[in-house]
Design a protein around this ligand. Sequence first.
Ligand code: IPE
Ligand code: IPE
Ligand code: MG
Length: 268
Amino acid sequence: MAIFTSSTQAVPEVRAVPRHVAIIMDGNGRWAKKRFMPRVAGHKRGVETLRTVIKACVSRGVGYLTVFAFSSENWRRPQEEVNFLMNLFVSALSNEIDKLHKNDVRLKVVGDFSRFEPKLRQLIDAGEAKTAHNTRLTLTIAANYGGRWDLLQAVNRLCRAHPEKAGNYTEDDLEPFLTMAYAPEPDLFIRTGGEQRISNFLLWQLAYAEFYFTDLLWPEFDGAALDAAIDSYRQRERRFGRTSEQLTAAGEPQVPLAPLAQAHDENA
Ligand code: IPE
Ligand code: IPE
Ligand code: MG
């Protein structure tokens, strides 16, 4: 059984602040190019933005933050850029694990690690182990991740675990084998950098996420930009297949909700 209810099996509880935010951090290369710097300078700067956004999520009460750091298709980039990204991943993990741990952040990394060098794999294992019992925020880094890869590895593992049920699998059977089985489905999906596509990110889990696109390049994104995304989310009526009238009858919170900044002031 899955730990969290599936949005297609039962209507989830809708909260004023998204419980799970998933972000495609796009636009690093263009940010650097605009400044006549090499693309990789944008990636370096992108790590700083991630640090800011992690803090903002903690202070806004977001429980799960999932970020796309490297897709299964990003190996198609120039070798030099791929190498830089792998080294950046190693140095970011070595520098940040202790800070994440102090801030009660649980780290998870999802993706196909088979092409990673042993040093990177060791850091991932050590970082996950160290922070395993933290509860404030679960930070998931998707690295060499692809939504299709995730679905296929889940189907293959399910087949091996329950060959007797082949041909009759249900959602509940499959979900525990997806790499993010430990998290509820994302409520809010954000993509920076102006493109409006999923690029093979969480294909299964985004079934009922609210989508938000911004032209801001990832290094320009910050806490205020996150608030703008959450405010947009608060304007959405999440119907999960039902009619508006049914939501009213069920006594579900009416949208739009007050903007986040105002809500913060009220609580102050
Ligand atoms: C996103 O920024 C980071 C990764 C894909 C690793 P990009 O590198 O895709 O930046 P743009 O889209 O070229 O500007
Ligand atoms: C998606 O960005 C992957 C990450 C942000 C890691 P890309 O920049 O690689 O996506 P496409 O190629 O433009 O779709
Ligand atoms: Mg890009």
